[in-house]
Design a protein around this ligand. Structure first.
Ligand code: SAM
Length: 192
């Protein structure tokens, strides 16, 4: 079984827009307890790689068919040093960056929404750093006033962006997902 109900959201997002393929290298941000990791590891298969990052420790997957393609890191994605560790772990081109990061809920919607958007923007920056041309990006964000502007920024970097609320997340009605497909030309690394 899956470690979280969240697993079904990634399944549904992937069914909708085919985000992850066999042999891919995928980076999963906000990965604990590991439901998305399980789904992503199944999709990439034994020749793929999934790197999961979270503030919380992620328990190693039990399934022997998935454990080899998964690596986990504990760290804060708002810190540059965590991003550097992710870049190092990926060791080259990344095909998809997926983020289910969410803040600890304060109960005050405008604050939680602002924090969610901040995390989503951090995920976007990470995606721009890591994704190869043609790569895909999935990100969760709570609906709110600045989300359209964020969407426009993401649209500039990808062929298209679909905004959706998967069935599995309808009861948490404030969360939406961007599925950004086909990163436009990634800058060539210059080494300086
Ligand atoms: N996708 C996961 C799954 O399927 O099991 C569930 C993710 S849960 C909804 C959101 C996660 O985001 C939490 O585990 C939280 O610790 C993580 N998170 C929040 N802020 C973070 C940050 N700055 N850096 C890394 N992870 C963060």
């Amino acid at each position: 079984g899956y470690r979280s109900r969240a697993a079904y959201k990634l399944k549904q997002l992937d069914e909708l827009e085919n985000v992850i393929e066999g042999r891919d290298t995928v980076v999963d941000l906000g990965a604990a307890p590991g439901g998305w990791l399980q789904v992503a590891a199944e999709k990439v298969g034994p020749q793929g790689t999934v790197i999961g990052v979270d503030l919380q420790r992620i328990k190693e997957l039990e399934d022997p068919a998935l454990v080899d393609q998964v690596e986990t890191l504990r760290g804060d994605m708002t810190e540059e040093k965590t991003r550097e560790r992710v870049v190092e772990a990926a060791g080259g081109k990344v095909d998809a960056v997926v983020s289910d990061m969410a803040p600890n809920m304060s109960g005050e919607y405008s604050l939680d929404q602002a924090r969610s958007l901040y995390l989503a923007r951090q995920a976007f920056e990470t995606a721009l750093e890591l994704l190869d041309t043609g790569g895909n990006f999935v990100v969760k964000v709570f609906e709110g006033p600045d989300v359209d502007e964020f969407r426009a920024d993401v649209e500039e970097e990808f062929q298209y962006v679909r905004v959706t609320s998967p069935k599995a997340s309808r009861e948490e009605s404030s969360e939406i997902f961007f599925i950004a497909k086909g990163r436009l030309t990634a800058p060539v690394a210059t080494g300086d």
